[in-house]
Design a protein around this ligand. Structure first.
Ligand SMILES: [Cu+2]
Length: 168
């Protein structure tokens, strides 16, 4: 059994233990009414799930991957593992060619907006700003088939810290 499989197994066992705890608690009086509406799905629940991991090359202003690829129609979870000991980074999926514009507008938007202009139509998905040694993630529906770009919008990074995101 390889490490990944074992990790997944442990995760599942953890989930099962959690469910067992929940089941035990739900013997207490207030069970949810059966006719309660389920949480509204935000996307196609049958979309295949894809998890991508990306890190940072030491203290360089570079992701450890310059290309990411996902199948069309997938539900993507992107996990940014900020391995830097000193510098915050984020991961922002943008329309191809808009890296510079999104980066520049991000500086103006400031830290309170994680250096991304709010409601920027060029931005398709984004993580929060990951502090040094922190991991952040975002889940989103893959955009239509095509080539996009990803970029870190922490001030000064977007010229160097970017890559290509392909949906096919
Ligand atoms: Cu960065």
């Amino acid at each position: 059994m390889n490490t990944l499989t074992r990790r997944n197994l442990l995760k599942q066992m953890g989930a099962l233990a959690g469910m067992a705890t929940l089941a035990a608690c739900s013997t207490a009086p207030a069970a949810a009414p059966a006719n309660q509406a389920p949480a509204k799905p935000t996307s196609n629940p049958n979309a295949p799930a894809v998890t991508l991991e990306i890190g940072v090359k030491g203290e360089e202003l570079k992701f450890d991957k310059d290309r990411l690829e996902v199948p069309a129609g997938s539900r993507v979870t992107l996990r940014l593992n900020n391995t830097s000991a000193a510098t915050p980074h984020n991961w922002v999926l943008v329309k191809a060619g808009s890296e510079e514009g999104v980066g520049n507008d991000g500086i103006a938007a400031g830290e309170k907006n994680s250096y991304v202009k709010p409601n920027d139509p060029r931005v398709l998905a984004l993580t929060k700003l990951a502090a040094a040694r922190a991991t952040v993630e975002v889940t989103f529906d893959a955009p239509p088939v095509g080539t996009y770009a990803f970029v870190c919008t922490f001030p000064g990074h977007h010229f160097l810290m970017k890559g290509i995101f392909v949906v096919k």
